[in-house]
Unconditional design. Structure first.
Length: 181
């Protein structure tokens, strides 16, 4: 189930990240999955309150979130290395098919847990489709790309943000999906 009006503003880093029920280290909850698209709805110093597509929310270390631009690159902009979406879509389908096959074999007891982990090691897929727009994770380039049906453009990298000299502890800020605060 997707929350109405959900628009990702950030992506969880490639190794996932811990999450908390409140902006307090003593109240941990379920960690967030790697490369999960989230919407940052509030900042409280280094803490970030994020909303997931299914309506679940949590507090995270906001400094570690990977920002993605709100406005996809213009279709008339320069063509990126991954301009044709078909090869990436094909790789995504192949990775998903490999995972599905492994799940089916695990369910039929044709694989044990260790063989399943071995078979799925290194598989990485990320897809968000919203009408004509698509966000795909390109594991070869290590980044998310945006597609409009005709071409793909870089959208957000999965490298960790650089530390700033003084990240400070700003007061609570409500962050709107359009990028304003």
């Amino acid at each position: 189930m997707t929350t109405s009006g959900f628009r990702p503003t950030h992506v969880v880093p490639q190794n996932g990240m811990p999450a908390w029920e409140a902006p307090e280290p003593g109240r941990p909850t379920v960690p967030l999955d790697a490369l999960l698209p989230v919407q940052l709805v509030e900042r409280r110093g280094d803490w970030g309150h994020v909303l997931c597509a299914n309506g679940w929310s949590a507090w995270v270390d906001g400094r570690l979130l990977i920002a993605v631009p709100q406005d996809p690159p213009a279709a008339d902009g320069p063509i990126a290395r991954t301009a044709d979406p078909r090869p990436l879509l094909s790789r995504t389908e192949q990775a998903l098919a490999r995972y599905r096959t492994a799940v089916e074999e695990l369910a039929e007891a044709a694989l044990d847990g260790e063989a399943f982990r071995s078979r799925t090691a290194g598989l990485r897929v990320g897809v968000v489709i919203d009408g004509e727009a698509v966000w795909l994770y390109d594991s070869h380039q290590g980044c998310w790309v945006y597609g409009d049906g005709t071409r793909l453009s870089p959208y957000g990298a999965d490298d960790a943000p650089r530390d700033t000299e003084d990240p400070g502890h700003a007061p609570t800020q409500v962050v709107s999906p359009d990028g304003g605060m």
